[in-house]
Write a new protein. Structure first.
Length: 259
């Protein structure tokens, strides 16, 4: 989604209707569609939020799109192996291109899979294989309003092929005991997210609200849950994306690789 603000980048239009963008101060080069669904700051805020100790050896990015979150984590953790799970062939193809573009073929792979089809998901991704599952899933229900005209963007934004319950089920299945799931989601749907995670035995342990500005309500939440976890939920200080003058906050700049 692009509701939290656009990410500054250096873009070069390609003849195939894709753009090549440099993010994280040029450390990550990203091919993505020129029009339709494009990644935004939410993905980098989630990558910034995730801070397991020690770093996980295996990571799965569900609903990976062109691979922003998984690739950012692969750059941060040189020993980690990452799987980018994506439904749409075009996005999966761009994710593969991004793996090559960033020299990560030895550690990152793409799996094309429909996570809404439990049997196919089980065949494509073995269970109990990951220490960390991350996701920026479709934010909106089908009933929440009209979808966009572009079919690919519609699937990325709305739960047309995968529900929140499907996401929680797959995260639980893929995680090893004690493994962690981290999700970015609209704040208005926080009760749905927490209920889905708890219903699958994923105990929420960290929550952080994301505010576009300090003077307005949060529009995103960052949530971390543990498979089989115990204990209470820590609500962390809010993350403010922009100052009142419109510039990015210091922490947002850090998440964008500018500090």
């Amino acid at each position: 989604m692009r509701l939290s603000g656009s990410v500054p980048s250096a873009s070069t239009l390609a003849p195939c209707d894709d753009t090549r963008d440099e993010i994280l101060r040029g450390r990550l080069r990203l091919w993505q569609p020129r029009t339709g669904y494009r990644f935004n700051v939410d993905s980098l805020l989630l990558a910034h939020f995730i801070a397991p100790d020690p770093p996980p050896d295996r990571v799965c990015d569900l609903c990976a799109g062109v691979g922003v979150i998984g690739l950012a984590l692969a750059l941060r953790w040189p020993e980690a192996r990452v799987v980018l799970a994506e439904l749409q062939p075009r996005m999966a193809s761009l994710a593969r291109r991004n793996i090559d573009e960033n020299g990560l073929r030895e550690r990152v792979q793409v799996v094309e899979v429909d996570l809404g089809q439990a049997r196919r998901a089980r065949a494509a991704l073995p269970g109990a294989s990951f220490r960390l599952v991350v996701s920026s899933p479709p934010y909106f229900t089908v009933a929440s309003g009209p979808t966009v005209l572009d079919a690919g963007e519609a699937m990325a934004r709305h739960e047309l092929r995968m529900s929140l319950a499907d996401l929680a089920r797959e995260a639980r299945r893929l995680l090893k005991p004690g493994g962690r799931a981290a999700v970015v989601f609209p704040s208005e749907r926080l009760p749905d997210l927490l209920a889905s995670l708890v219903g699958e035995g994923l105990r929420p342990v960290r929550l952080r609200a994301v505010h576009p500005r300090s003077s307005v309500p949060a529009n995103r939440v960052l949530v971390e849950a543990v498979k089989g976890g115990r204990g209470g939920l820590v609500i962390e200080p809010p993350l403010v994306v922009r100052e009142e003058d419109g510039g990015y906050s210091a922490e947002a700049r850090s998440a964008l690789g500018e500090a």
